[in-house]
Unconditional design. Structure first.
Length: 384
């Protein structure tokens, strides 16, 4: 995979200097009878800015998302050998910075991940430059907007699958007519397999009573359908993408593959929240949603031990995440549940009983409560 060190793309009409300097950290493989040690094909951006606090928040969020740890407090050219576990399962990675202006910073990753098999995938992150806040669909879109986009994508998928089925059946009929005396059976089998795949994908979007369709996309709520889509910002708008219908084994038969639905910022306006319009279109001012999930929370434990936390909440109310002592920068896993405005999570270590329990009260974008282990400490954290 070719390494892209950085790509700074300024929006038309923006004359000011880019607010962030972009450096690259590479993973340096352990020596294996070579000198110097080879540099593996894994690159991660590291941002520096006059606003060190914001740059640190962005670096930390990227490293948590990619490697489950906080970023190095200072730039370093390479991962150390001690950090080898952080890149386990990643065979290669490059990145581009597609937007770097006074409102938004966007980073696009192209990663090759390997488990049972290797496959490329793309991830995208956008941040509000003044605050370092991760910009999510929940920030930028209304719930109605999400539902409308999910409905548009559902229609687009149906059109794509129906169109592909029509083309394949036309090719199949032509092949059978043209080579009736001596059919090319291998080619016919391939066309039939492609038709079967697309018909199965289409059935997932249609009503039905068969057991296979009890959990089809048709029966999922529009908001649930939206959360299965990839939503990200581009240099000129937003893009909503549906992942391919096929599994890895059937991918070679999937002519439709991923389905991207790009919108300019102007076209996206009907779907945007007031905060989304302020950030993306520069229309007015609006505060971000007061949410503690998905964002990097900063705070303290006890009298002044600096900590960071990031949490995710599932539809059933279960909560998972990590918190970090900023001095040590290693993740401590958390799991628990939200009930009302009370969040109860426990530290989780492999093969060990939970060593501490956190009881936190959610108030807007703030968490405040108690850390209870062998001792008890006050704890408080705040979202950007």
């Amino acid at each position: 995979m070719r390494i892209v060190l950085l790509l700074l793309i300024m929006l038309p009409g923006l004359a000011q200097a880019a607010p962030f300097t972009v450096k690259t950290i590479f993973y340096k493989a352990a020596p294996e009878n070579t000198s110097p040690a080879p540099i593996a094909d894994i690159a991660v951006p590291y941002f520096e800015s006059a606003n060190a606090k914001t740059a640190a928040a962005i670096n930390d969020q990227l490293f948590i998302a990619q490697f489950g740890r906080l970023a190095p407090p200072k730039y370093q050219a390479n991962f150390s050998d001690a950090d080898q576990d952080t890149v386990t399962g990643t065979a290669g990675q490059s990145f581009e910075v597609s937007r770097n202006d006074n409102r938004i910073l966007t980073i696009d990753f192209d990663t090759e991940g390997c488990g049972a098999y290797c496959e490329n995938y793309q991830t995208h992150y956008s941040f509000h430059v003044p605050t370092g806040r991760l910009l999510t669909s929940g920030d930028l879109l209304t719930q109605t907007g999400m539902e409308q986009l999910a409905k548009r994508m559902q229609k687009e998928k149906m059109l794509r699958y129906q169109g592909q089925i029509t083309l394949l059946k036309k090719d199949l009929a032509l092949e059978r007519k043209k080579n009736a005396a001596k059919p090319r059976q291998e080619y016919i089998d391939d066309l039939e397999a492609r038709i079967e795949l697309n018909e199965g994908c289409l059935a997932e979007l249609s009503p039905g009573d068969s057991p296979d369709q009890q959990y089809s996309q048709y029966n999922a709520s529009l908001i649930d359908q939206f959360h299965y889509l990839d939503f990200h910002l581009t240099a000129t708008g937003i893009e909503v993408t549906a992942g391919r219908c096929s599994n890895h084994a059937m991918r070679a038969l999937d002519d439709v593959d991923d389905i991207a639905m790009p919108l300019t910022y102007a076209d996206a306006k009907p779907y945007l929240s007031a905060y989304g319009r302020a950030i993306l279109l520069g229309e007015g001012t609006a505060a971000p949603p007061s949410l503690v999930y998905d964002q990097l929370l900063r705070g303290k434990l006890g009298a002044g031990i600096a900590i960071s936390m990031q949490l995710k909440k599932s539809a059933d109310g279960s909560v998972t995440g990590n918190y970090f002592y900023d001095k040590y920068r290693k993740a401590i896993r958390l799991s628990g549940r939200q009930t009302g405005n009370t969040l109860m999570v426990k530290e989780q270590f492999d093969d060990e009983s939970p060593s501490a329990e956190l009881t936190l009260i959610i108030s807007g974008g703030n968490l405040k409560g108690k850390w209870k282990g062998k001792k008890q400490f006050d704890i408080e954290l705040t979202a950007p």
